[in-house]
Design a protein around this ligand. Sequence first.
Ligand code: GDP
Ligand code: MN
Length: 385
Amino acid sequence: MDLFEYQGKQYFARWEISVSPGGVADTVEEAVTQADRAGYPVVVKAQVQVGGRGKAGGIKLANNADEARHHAGNILGMDIKGHRVNRVWVEHASDIKHEYYASFTLDRAARLHLGMVSAKGGVEIEQVAEEDPSAIARLHIDPVQGLTEADARTLVEDAGLHEEARGGAVETLMKLYRCFVEGDADLVEINPLILTPEGQVHALDAKVSLDNNAMFRHPEWAEYAATEVLDERETLARSKGLQYIGLAGSVGIIANGAGLAMSTLDVVNQAGGQPANFLDVGGGASAEVMTNALEVINSDPNVRAIFINIFGGITRGEEVANGIVEALTRVQINSPIVIRIDGTNAEQGRAILKEHESDRLMSRPTMLDAARTVVELAARGARSA
Ligand code: GDP
Ligand code: MN
């Protein structure tokens, strides 16, 4: 789960990382109130989960209430790279002497934490990595041992941060690493991390991505979940209580059980196709659940064919088949469907499907057969209505 900048800064503040005082606002008048409170000059910052807001006109300096009102009026409602600005963060403006970059993330391939620091902050790190990779100091950290102060100092020195910033930067890195670990984040990034003319090291931006697997021990994350940005398909799926993750392919997938859903993605890949989603309907495959699942898949304009993969356990094959047939009378489906039913009473289930078989609805005995058929149908790309 990705946080907005203002939430990331509030998170940072829990580990005493230096951030500017400020507040959020959803309206122009609230923005002016927050600006008055933060003290002028202030920066008015668009809250969208995309980088490069400054260049897009989403970050403006205001010296008084009139300017704050003017900028908030322009920024609220603005579209930045397809993200609508519904909220601004207004904070007391900082003086900048130098801009740096600092982050901690998980290097899954290396099974280690990865710290990165650069003296080239304020620009997208991907750009620095491309143009001048040697400007980024990297250090792998054993998660069991954690980051030592000597490690942090090595990073800061390798990155070539200015002498006067080094003490503050080491201190910030130690706090940021604790925030990363204790805060159960997958990514914490400060860009820019600044040195002020007074010699303070301070976070001007915050990017935090939380590890959803740790949700159970963070009841306070509920407020972040409430503002989480989901795509349209995910919003619809969530409203129907389905375990759904949107992907970019053309084969819609419905399966019961997370393990089977994962295997279904694999077998579609193996057959040369690209899954459009992960969707686990759970234990039951009633008409109600199937209808909901098909509605979500059907709303995805990239879907060209649908693969329903059900293994009957407590839910018997004929119940599943009846549920699917019933669901198809309720939803007008745009793409052909391939079904594989196995497990308890699979034979009875297949017999029911056979009565409804057509070139829009077919049943296959094995996962691989079904995957090959559905991938071929998706490649043909027929989509009615
Ligand atoms: P991003 O472009 O979306 O990553 O937004 P940032 O929060 O990183 O801000 C972009 C740039 O705006 C920074 O690199 C700074 O140069 C500038 N900026 C942001 N806040 C301040 C501030 O308080 N004072 C000054 N002088 N510049 C700021
Ligand atoms: Mn930034």
